[in-house]
Design a protein around this ligand. Structure first.
Ligand code: PEP
Length: 251
């Protein structure tokens, strides 16, 4: 349906020990080997080594769930983009709503992390999305435009093309409440229009825009059929191979 390759990415959040990660990826690999889309598993930092090993020679790519903007230094508990790059991690999730809600992440820090990731050759999956009350107040587009502008501030057009945007309405994450396919399309199309204004249509057309928020085997087909929904960022349903595989197959 589109010129863009679909990307289905699992976001494991704070789930799976290294041995559990190995088991899940080993089970998943043969199930998704013929996928038409890109398949990514974003895993906790401590699972990265085992995840890279378990997916070697498969079509599953690995991502981290965050990275810091400095290369090294007095930032106890943080992991730099440089460290991830040396490990050979190709993707990193940035600005997830849980980071914004629980860990004080702001558009400014998301922007710094995004620039650092790109500088080290990592492809960021930048998450944006409105809160429920923001949707109810009818300011969804303002919120999204602001996040896109600030999170990508000072990022070159070439780098924007390497960036994946995940539209994740916060009220739909982990709640079982999915945006309707039309709601998802409306905002994903708005994100593309915003990118077109900022970087030109050619860049906007190249960017993969995912929907995330309680996507599952039952609703993925309709969501993924939409013109501007180029894939999904999957939380809960990425933790079980039988639940993740049908989403990959639908993309
Ligand atoms: C997410 O964490 O990015 C997400 C979309 O979670 P869930 O699929 O569980 O709503």
């Amino acid at each position: 349906k589109s010129k863009r390759k679909a990307i289905i990415a699992g976001n494991w959040k704070m789930n799976k020990t290294p041995s559990e990660a190995k088991a899940l990826l080993t089970e998943l690999a043969p199930m998704v080997k013929d996928a038409d889309c890109e398949v990514i598993a974003c895993v906790p930092f401590v699972d990265l080594t085992v995840a890279l090993e378990a997916t070697e020679g498969t079509n599953i790519q690995i991502g981290a769930e965050n990275c810091h903007w400095e290369e090294s230094g007095a930032f106890t508990g943080e992991i730099s983009a440089k460290m991830l790059a040396e490990m050979g991690v190709p993707y990193v999730v940035l600005g997830h709503s849980e980071r914004r809600q629980y860990f004080g992440e702001t558009d400014e820090t998301v922007n710094k992390r995004t620039k650092a990731a790109l500088a080290h050759g990592l492809k960021p999956i930048v998450c944006v999305g409105e809160l429920l009350w923001e949707r109810e107040c009818d300011i969804t587009e303002e919120v999204i435009a602001r996040q896109i502008k600030l999170d990508l501030f000072d990022v070159s057009a070439e780098d924007v093309k390497k960036t994946v945007i995940a539209y994740e309405p916060v009220w739909a994450i982990g709640t079982g409440k999915t945006a309707t396919a039309d709601q998802a399309e409306e905002v994903c199309a708005f994100i593309r229009a915003t990118l077109a204004k900022l970087y030109g249509q050619e860049v906007a057309d190249a960017v993969t825009i995912q929907y995330g928020g309680s996507m599952n085997a039952g609703n993925c087909e309709e969501l993924l059929s939409k013109t501007d929904v180029d894939g999904g960022l999957i939380g809960g349903a990425s933790l079980v191979a039988e639940k993740f595989q049908p989403i990959v197959a639908a993309a």
